[in-house]
Design a protein around this ligand. Structure first.
Ligand SMILES: Nc1ncnc2c1ncn2[C@@H]1O[C@H](COP(=O)(O)OP(=O)(O)OP(=O)(O)O)[C@@H](O)[C@H]1O
Ligand SMILES: [Mg+2]
Length: 311
């Protein structure tokens, strides 16, 4: 049974994805009726006893999209993904996946999707996937999980925090792999708490917090809707902060559309960051460091929830 590793076998796992032409992907992923989304959720709810992990969320995923759930720990991302993957029953509401009902068509749906769970679940059963094991020895466990999920040439892939725990180089490699899959017509549904991952990979995403969806759109739309073009980050030395005794926001009032005071810095939300810096100087404020940057999804999350995404 055991195959020997030879260099010619190495790309075998990658080919599982490459063998899928866009046409095949579309065909394999065809929803029950033409024009129907690949996934649709109405008032989708998951409860564990009295605790509500997913609270009446609504979303649709269209064929060929890269769709993301962005949210902090405990937001309900995995609970949602497990319902989509038909491994956790829906408590309430409606869910359709590939035009089918997970409650009655779980096995048929599971046969058509590729799943990369949050926890790697590779085990001894993998002897049947010897070439993947060999691949995995070279490229690491996480990528083996992903390679395995491609075995049935899925038209829909569910990826729960695909790059958590990977080093930056491996993350970028994986982003590239996922991008190529998407180009082949594979629909990607992923969760992440990395804003840069969401910005890089997702055509559209929902921001989840405390079991609910708090916003939906493309990364660009979300930034336009909930933030300003630029953000100026000001860091003040401890003496200045003590002298102003929590009145920093007051001292900066009027310099930006919105001001967020974080423990270590103040964020000025304005379309012209440099102008805000100059105005602060005119008021005699001397920040230790100044950074003018463009808005990110982190700013969107902060605006929507009052909290930072990275805990
Ligand atoms: N089997 C379970 N029984 C009880 N509570 C659960 C169960 N699974 C999840 N929860 C709770 O539901 C909430 C949502 O969990 P979930 O795993 O969906 O969050 P998440 O967004 O995936 O978070 P993370 O970023 O940490 O993976 C959490 O408060 C979690 O403790
Ligand atoms: Mg999770």
């Amino acid at each position: 049974m055991v195959q020997t590793a030879s260099s010619s076998q190495m790309p075998a796992a990658g080919k599982a994805g490459e063998a899928l032409s866009p046409g095949e992907a579309r065909k394999a992923g065809e929803a029950g009726r033409a024009g129907e989304p690949l996934i649709s959720a109405r008032r989708l709810t998951k409860r564990f006893g009295a605790f509500t992990a997913v609270d009446g969320i609504e979303f649709e995923v269209q064929p060929g999209e890269a769709f993301g759930f962005l949210g902090p720990n405990g937001a309900g991302k995995t609970s949602t993904m497990r319902m989509i993957g038909c491994v956790s029953p829906v408590t309430e509401g409606e869910l359709r996946v590939l035009g089918m009902d997970p409650a009655t068509d779980g096995p048929r749906i599971r046969a058509k999707i590729g799943v990369v769970p949050q926890q790697d679940t590779l085990d001894t059963e993998l002897t049947v996937l010897d070439n993947l094991v060999i691949y995995g020895r070279y490229f690491g466990k996480r990528r083996l999980s992903i390679a395995r999920s491609l075995v049935n040439q899925p038209a829909l892939m569910l990826l729960d925090e695909p790059t958590t725990g990977l080093d930056p180089q491996a993350r970028h490699l994986l982003w590239d792999r996922l991008y190529r899959l998407k180009q082949r017509g594979v629909t990607l549904v992923l969760t992440t708490h990395y804003m840069d991952e969401a910005e890089q990979l997702c055509d559209r995403l929902v921001v989840m917090d405390k079991a609910k969806i708090v916003a939906e759109g493309s990364p660009r739309q979300l930034i336009e809707r909930y933030s300003t073009k630029e953000v100026t980050e000001l860091r003040f030395d401890p003496e200045t902060r003590d002298r102003l005794d929590g009145q920093l926001a007051e001292a900066l009032r009027g310099l930006a559309e919105r001001i967020e005071t974080l423990p270590d810095r103040v964020l000025l939300y304005t379309d012209d960051g440099e102008a805000a810096v100059a105005a602060a100087h005119e008021r005699g404020l001397r920040p230790e460091t100044v950074l003018v940057r463009r808005s990110t999804l982190e700013d969107v999350f902060l605006r929507l929830t009052g909290r930072s995404l990275i805990e």
